[in-house]
Design a protein around this ligand. Structure first.
Ligand code: AMP
Ligand code: ZN
Length: 483
């Protein structure tokens, strides 16, 4: 496939260090609150990317961290720990908060058909590994201890990599308005690898280390977790575009200093979900969750469909109207698939291969998911039998994960159940097993009862009984079943 690489600013042919195998890393959630639907946009697009690579035949090893310690309110090593903030807000322990929101995150992912990565590693489970890497960085002269903290020394790098063309002003974190300059830093871009109590007295989770009792910086966890589970050469690193700087920039600095060779070849950044007032973010207070969409009657997969309709490298504007349009299109699509009930003929393999070829080329062009959705409509319009259409749609759904055939089957069942409910004049409803002759007898019996002709009503009941049909009267109608 061809994929835009934000490290080179170019669309490139995707290659891996080991042929046929992709080592893929995703920055996971900071579990101090529910994920908002903006966060989930990133995870949906990363999920499609992983599934597309598998569809192409790659063996993918996908690793994700869970940030349950060390992510401060500002990405620039200042402010309160986000986990502590969550614990204080809800009057719970940090670990309770982490467990609750980790479970909530994976519940949301399941509703959105997002596959769980092969490895999911909470930061608190790998502290020994972080200490090992930080110690090695100090030994190599890439890091130093100052004021009780350990800092990465960016002046030791030939090139402090930045993805986007940040100017010097943007990089000068210490002089940004409202951000207090850390006097311990030798260079303005240096960042913390390990904090000790000398800086944050009320930190809930602390570990012993060669530099005192403390906790890791946020960036080090992703480098260490990836190096441990993906190995020394990472093929693909993913995250939202806000992670590019400083988080990913710092990941590259410390990983390459530790390894002594280039680390990650390909960087995939998902652009933001925005509202009319800008980027959706938790710090703004009000934010939208998957549960809220469900409460309002939306199928979470309609939100997935909404995300797939736009390209991951463009900002996506959320509005209820936009979501309604996507939900309407998704339910129409399911209706059309539900109508593919033809049973004649086998799957036309040649036609299926042609349709699949187009899907591979279209989606393989920088993960163009909206073209992937268009390919679904191409299948519906193709001059092939229903068996072929169903097979190709199921195949594309291995990547798009819209539960197309499952939802269509559910819809058919719902419609069949509704068809079994016959309505008679006067609002009398008969719920049975879809046999008009029985419905007619049930109706006659009810009319006999209404006319107080109980002998006739009993006679009909016996006749139905002889056919193995049992009738129960319910308000406004009757229910029958074969016993
Ligand atoms: P967090 O839980 O805050 O660490 O964020 C989880 C992921 O969501 C990261 O990859 C972020 O870059 C990404 N993210 C944050 N806000 C948005 C947004 N509004 N739209 C898309 N992705 C986002
Ligand atoms: Zn990360």
């Amino acid at each position: 496939m061809y994929l835009y690489n934000s490290a080179t600013h170019k669309k490139e042919e995707f290659r891996t260090h080991t042929p046929g195998r992709v080592e893929m890393y995703t920055c996971g959630p900071t579990v101090y609150h529910f994920a908002h639907i903006g966060n989930l946009r990133s995870y949906i697009m990363e999920d499609v990317l992983e599934k597309f690579l598998r569809y192409e035949g790659y063996d993918v090893n996908r690793v994700m961290n869970i940030t349950d310690v060390g992510h401060l309110a500002s990405d620039a090593d200042t402010g309160e720990d986000k986990m502590l903030k969550g614990a204080k807000r809800e009057n719970k322990s940090v670990m309770d908060i982490a467990k609750f929101y980790t479970d909530a995150f994976f519940d949301d992912c399941a509703k959105l058909n997002i596959k769980t990565p092969n490895v999911v590693q909470p930061a608190t489970g790998l502290i020994g590994e972080f200490i090992k890497v930080v110690s090695a960085l100090i030994e190599k002269g890439s890091a130093y201890v100052a004021g009780g903290n350990v800092y990465f020394d960016t002046s030791t790098l030939d090139h402090y990599y930045v993805f986007n063309d940040h100017d010097e002003e943007d990089l000068a974190v210490g002089v940004r308005e409202g951000v207090e300059e850390d006097q311990n830093k030798r260079n303005k871009n240096d960042f913390v690898l390990w904090f000790t109590r000398s800086k944050f007295e009320d930190q809930a989770l602390k570990w012993d280390s060669p530099w005192g009792v403390g906790y890791p910086g946020w960036h080090i966890e992703c480098s260490c977790i990836s190096m441990k589970f993906n190995g020394e050469y990472l093929d693909l690193h993913c995250g939202g575009v806000d992670n590019a700087f400083p988080h990913h920039t710092n990941e590259i600095a410390q990983s390459e200093a530790y390894l002594g060779h280039p680390w990650c070849a390909q960087w995939f950044h998902v652009h933001h979900l925005n509202t009319n007032s800008g980027k959706m973010s938790k710090s703004k207070g009000e934010f939208l969750t998957i549960s809220l969409l469900e409460e309002k009657g939306y199928d979470p997969l309609a939100y997935r469909f909404f995300c797939l309709q736009s390209h991951y490298r463009k900002g996506l504007v959320f509005s209820w109207e936009n979501l309604d349009n996507a939900a309407g299109a998704y339910s129409k699509l399911i209706k059309r698939i539900a109508a593919l009930t033809g049973t004649e003929g086998a799957v036309d393999e040649e036609a299926a291969a042609r349709l699949k070829e187009k899907f591979l080329t279209q989606v393989g062009n920088d993960l163009n998911t909206s073209m992937g959705v268009t390919c679904l409509y191409d299948v519906l319009k193709a001059p092939v039998n229903d068996a072929t259409k169903r097979a190709v749609l199921a195949d594309f759904d291995r990547v798009l994960s819209l539960s197309l055939l499952e939802k269509a089957a559910e819809l058919r069942e719902k419609e069949a159940a509704q068809a079994k409910t016959a309505s008679a004049p006067g609002g009398f409803t008969i719920q049975g097993e879809g046999d008009p002759a029985v419905d007619a007898l049930v109706l006659q019996r009810s009319e006999a009862k209404k006319a107080k002709n109980f002998a006739e009503a009993d006679r009909i009941r016996d006749e139905l009984k002889a056919q193995g049909v049992e009738v129960t009267d319910v308000p406004g109608g009757a229910v029958w079943k074969r016993v």
